[in-house]
Every structure is written in C-alpha cells, then in structure tokens.
Design a protein around this ligand. Structure first.
Ligand SMILES: Nc1nc2c(ncn2[C@@H]2O[C@H](COP(=O)(O)OP(=O)(O)OP(=O)(O)O)[C@@H](O)[C@H]2O)c(=O)[nH]1
Ligand SMILES: [Mg+2]
Length: 338
C-alpha cells in the first residue's frame, strides 16, 4: 500500500504526476483546492505483493489502507478516471479556479461514469432554476443585441399556449426598425395579445392590467442593450424599475469567457436573477456560460438549441449541461408544471 500527496498547479499536472509516481491503477482518495492549485491524495494497493519478513506497516499506511477499502466498498469497486472530464473541461476553455472546483466535485461525487460525475458536479456547483410555464410574476428578458430575446419570448409563449395556458406579450423595443413587427407576427400565430410600452409608465400599466382575468404568462421583451453603454443601461433600468418583474438574462453561447463574465455581471447588477442560454447549437465551446454563471452567481433556467419556436426551450440541469459539454446531445429533462 503506497499513499502519495501531490501538490500541483492544475488538475492535469496533478494527474500526470500521479500516473508517473503510482501508475495507472492508483485510486484518488481525495482532492481539494489549495492556494497554489490542487492537492490530490491517491493510493495504490500493492498489498498482494509479499511483505518483507518482520516489517510492520506504518500507522499512516494502515489507516490509508482502511480508508481505501472503505472507498472501494462505497464505490462498488468502480474507480472513476477523471482524465476524460478534465479533457472536456479543457476543450470548453474552463479556466482556473472554476476548473479545479468542478473537477474536485466530480471526483468526490461517487458517480461511476465521467458523464454522471460531471452532471453531479455541475448540480453541486451551479444552481438550476427552470422557469415554470406560468410564473407568478411577469418575466422580463434582457440581454445583448441579437442574443435571442424575442425568439425566446415567442418560445415561452408557445410553451404556455401548447400547455393550454394564456400568454401575453409586451415589448419595450419600440425604437428599432422591425422590433415590434417581429413580435406582432408571433403574437398573431400564438394568439397571445401584444402590448407596446414605449415608456416605463406604459410598461407598468401593461404588465399589471386592471382587467387581468385568469392567470397568464406575461413576457416583457426589451431592446438589445449594450451593457457597457451607460445610456442604454439607464434606459433599460427605467423599464426594469417600472416592471417589477422577474428578470432573466438571455445569454448566447459562444462568447469569450471574460466578456461573458463582464456582460453577465452588468445585467445581474441591474436585477437579472437567472440565465436563459441560447444558441448552444451554434457554438462548440460552452465554458463561457459556466464562467459567467459562476462569476455573477446566477442560476441557469432554460436552454435553447434551435431558432425554431415550437419546443424550442428545454429546462437545464447538471446532467443536461454535462451532456452538452461531452457533446453527446441533450437528454430529456422533466418539465416542471406550474
Ligand atoms: N441557431 C440558433 N439561433 C437562434 C437561437 N435563438 C435565437 N436565434 C436566432 O438569433 C437571431 C436573433 O434572435 P432574436 O430573438 O431576434 O434576438 P434579440 O435578442 O431579440 O435581438 P434584438 O432585439 O435585435 O436585440 C435570430 O435569427 C434567431 O432566429 C438558438 O437557440 N439557436
Ligand atoms: Mg428582439
């Protein structure tokens, strides 16, 4: 029985040294983040080799042997190889220290397969808050120009209509040519009445009509907003204040991580509480989404992987996100009913 504690800067470095020192049969006992990177403890059970006559096992080895036996029993004899997960996180450009945190959670997850381990790690590290079909408050969609807000509004309305619920659409995007027309077309097809709110006072009236009738999904579409332009953020802030709505950031996949972090932090400061991810079908690397959610401490709601409206949104959870990171496509996630 040999035990090694490896201090390394990154998980790949730690794994490489582990293999070098203990070989491929080593079992990871624990991994934790340190100020310098990562501390990995691993052991190899060479107790089958004949012991030297008269040699008593050191106390530390004896304790480690017991721990190893217990871990083996717990894991049902399976040993998870973290290299596949590490390679996927690396491909998606996940930077430190988030990479180590996810890797550590995956290795400690007790899961048998890399996919399941990553799913559990993501469930542990991130929060997933799928939107119900008819949320109690109006839902305002904010985000960069072209991020997919209007199409997401139509998808949410379509989901409600397909579930037999009423839906209402409101747009504050009145200045851009075609901003209203696009939503008008969806409104007609979906039989979801559209209100136009050019000013915050108008939005307040439209979002909380006195003759509201039966509960309906209320979606507020906003103009594409540059989060680094103070004027644009002030204008959006006026609508946010008037709406008293739940705010979701519509964040497309495929941005650089640093930009995604800055953008998400800026919209979070304005009140966005969750992320609806769009365009995962049009991006190969998804690390920016994880980096942004982690930095701004926002949960994930739904994900869109198609420009088409019907069934165009799926709720996200750790396993679904892990499948995207492994490039094995979506697995159905149970829809929440209101
Ligand atoms: N491939 C793909 N395209 C998408 C997805 N979601 C939206 N789109 C496309 O992205 C483009 C922009 O979508 P919009 O919904 O108009 O974006 P927006 O955020 O409302 O844009 P502005 O109002 O101009 O800020 C359209 O061509 C959509 O069809 C998606 O998940 N996948
Ligand atoms: Mg739009």
């Amino acid at each position: 029985m040999r035990v090694r504690t490896i201090n390394a800067r990154t998980m790949p470095e730690a794994m490489a040294r582990l293999r070098e020192e203990l070989g491929d049969d080593a079992i990871i006992i624990s991994s934790e983040s340190s100020r310098r990177g990562i501390i990995l403890r691993a052991a190899i059970d060479d107790s089958a080799a004949p012991a030297k006559p008269g040699a008593a096992p050191a106390l530390e080895d004896e304790l480690a042997l017991r721990l190893l036996r217990r871990l083996r029993e717990d894991a049902g004899k399976s040993t998870l190889d973290g290299r596949e997960i590490e390679a996927r996180l690396s491909f998606h450009g996940l930077a430190e220290p988030l990479r180590t945190a996810v890797m550590t959670a995956a290795l400690g997850s007790g899961a048998e397969t890399p996919l399941e381990a990553l799913g559990r790690a993501l469930d542990q590290h991130f929060s997933f808050k799928p939107l119900p079909i008819v949320p109690r408050r109006p839902l305002m969609l904010v985000g960069l120009p072209g991020s997919g807000k209007t199409v997401t509004a139509a998808k949410l309305a379509a989901r409600a209509r397909l579930a037999g619920e009423a839906a209402r659409l409101i747009t504050c995007d009145t200045e851009r040519t075609g901003g209203i027309g696009q939503l008008e077309a969806f409104s007609r097809i979906l039989e979801a009445p559209l209100s136009i709110a050019a000013k915050p006072e108008m939005l307040k009236k439209a979002a909380y009509p006195t003759d509201a009738g039966k509960p309906a999904l209320t979606i507020i579409d906003t103009p594409g907003t540059n989060p680094f332009d103070i004027g644009e953020m002030r204008t959006l802030g006026g609508f946010v204040k008037a709406a008293g709505a739940e705010i979701a950031l519509v964040l497309p996949a495929g941005l650089g991580s640093e930009d995604a972090i800055d953008i998400t932090r800026a919209f979070a400061a304005l009140g966005a509480g969750k992320i609806i991810v769009t365009k995962v079908d049009a991006a190969r690397r998804l690390g920016s989404l994880l980096a942004a959610a982690d930095a701004a401490k926002l949960g994930f709601a739904q994900v869109s992987a198609t420009p088409y409206i019907a069934n165009g949104l799926e709720p996200l959870n750790g396993l679904r996100l892990a499948r995207d990171l492994f490039g094995v496509g979506p697995a159905a996630v149970q829809e929440q009913t209101p």
